[in-house]
Write a protein that binds this ligand. Structure first.
Ligand SMILES: Cc1cc2nc3c(=O)[nH]c(=O)nc-3n(C[C@H](O)[C@H](O)[C@H](O)COP(=O)(O)OP(=O)(O)OC[C@H]3O[C@@H](n4cnc5c(N)ncnc54)[C@H](O)[C@@H]3O)c2cc1C
Length: 396
């Protein structure tokens, strides 16, 4: 037995990150009996990131117990990986301990991204992207008079969901979009979002750009200063620096560069899943739909290697994107398999019900995979948006 209670002959797979993709991957690995599967995650509870805007507004707690989400035999280590020592096949943890591995599934997800290029954003901006940043935001809002002005910066899906949720709870919200609102939606879908936000009393400044954040205001590109007691920065996510810190090649954002089997271009024992993966340098949309499809396939790649088989190229497809607009409305924007929006959406209460069903469905699918390792949601997608050239594999 090793220090981690593993038999010397057991193949050790460590999944780094217990979000949607990592949890599904860990469960899927159980298809092959006899593996020692470890999941490393900084928190003892699963974070439902897709509900963090609700957590901030006080309409959901956005965490779930791992007990029902992880299948028998998966060891949960509550810690943070600080470096993957690929030479010695060892993961260094923040606690000072290490974990030996034969294979790693790199599923560290995405993070808050407060830009240093916008003065004051990192100092005074809040974020809904991670549980800890959402907790800070929730306490800042708790200390605030209900009529105090709140600004959401970013007109994408996360910014819109956050603005709507807070406005419905009675906050005075301005949404500053920096361009077009929800640019990935169809024209009719976008117009419906705008109508819903207006109904909730959100002040819309879709085209304006914030160039500075102050403790009590935001400054716009035209020099106008608008009071803002709390400013929420929601212009996109960053990713953890673990891959780069471990000497593995990444794309410009820091996502692990992989081939089309999701395997690191530097090390075939490291396989990526979810928001932190950049297959052939042509990453997919950072979203639950991607993470849920790719997580199990990352596990399949590892299982193929262990079994001496050639791993399959990954496959995926989309059906659309859905957002909540408070608790009483939502929009499901339908899309083609390649994620291009079509002019069909479902809105209003029906949209809200569908969105809620999707949120519940993600947890349901984790629980199902915990009970039945062979379970996976898989769509057949066809060609990648751009057929990227596989990157050259470096000598390990
Ligand atoms: C407010 C909000 C609303 C959203 N709404 C939607 C939506 O409606 N639909 C949708 O599809 N997507 C939505 N998303 C995006 C979605 O949440 C992410 O794309 C999804 O969580 C990605 O899954 P993942 O498994 O890649 O990573 P995550 O779910 O982010 O999980 C990664 C895990 O890895 C852990 N981790 C990070 N670094 C380390 C480390 N060094 N060591 C160990 N563990 C580590 C993290 O703490 C986390 O637990 C939303 C996101 C936010 C913030």
């Amino acid at each position: 037995m090793t220090a981690h209670g593993t038999s010397e002959t057991q193949t050790k797979v460590v999944v780094i990150g217990g979000g949607y993709s990592g949890t599904l991957a860990a469960n899927r690995l159980r298809r092959r009996p006899g593996l020692h599967i470890t999941l490393v995650n900084p928190r003892p509870r699963f974070v439902e990131r897709i509900r963090l805007h609700q957590f901030v507004a006080g309409t959901h707690e956005a965490t779930a117990d791992y007990d029902t989400l992880l299948g028998d035999g998966i060891e949960l280590v509550v810690d943070t990986a600080t470096r993957i020592d690929t030479a010695d096949r060892r993961i260094e943890l923040a606690s000072g301990t290490t974990l030996d591995y034969d294979y790693v599934i790199y599923a560290v997800g995405s993070t808050t991204a407060l830009p240093t290029s916008v003065p004051g954003a990192a100092e005074f901006g809040y974020s809904v992207a991670e549980l800890e940043s959402a907790q800070q935001l929730r306490s800042a809002l708790a200390d605030l008079h209900p009529a105090a002005p709140v600004t959401v910066v970013g007109g994408g899906l996360t910014g819109v969901e956050t603005a709507a949720e807070l406005a419905e709870q009675g906050r005075r919200v301005t949404l500053i979009g920096g361009g077009q609102l929800v640019p990935t939606f169809s024209g009719p879908g976008r117009r419906s979002v705008v109508k819903a936000l207006r109904r909730l009393g959100v002040t819309l400044m879709a085209a304006d750009v914030v160039t500075e954040v102050r403790r009590d205001a935001v400054v716009l590109a035209d020099g106008a200063v608008r009071p803002s007691a709390v400013t929420i920065w929601a212009t996109g996510f960053g990713v953890p620096a673990l891959a780069a810190a471990s000497g593995l090649r990444t794309d410009d954002m820091g996502r692990l560069l992989t081939d089309e089997t999701l395997t690191s271009v530097d090390d075939e024992r490291i396989v990526a899943a979810g928001d932190c993966a950049s297959p052939s340098g042509a990453p997919l949309r950072m979203c639950c739909a991607t993470a849920s499809q790719i997580g199990p396939q990352a596990a399949d790649t590892v299982l193929s290697r262990i079994g001496g088989d050639i791993p399959a190229r990954f496959d995926y497809a989309y059906a659309g994107a859905c957002i909540s607009l408070g608790r009483r409305a939502g929009i499901v924007q339908l899309a083609r398999k390649d994620d291009a929006a079509v002019n069909v959406y479902l809105g209003g209460r029906m949209g809200a019900r569908l969105k809620e069903a999707v949120c519940k469905g993600t947890l349901w699918s984790l629980r199902r995979a915990a009970r039945k390792p062979e379970f996976a949601i898989a769509f057949k997608g066809g060609p990648r948006p751009t057929e990227p050239v596989p990157l050259p594999r470096a000598a390990v």
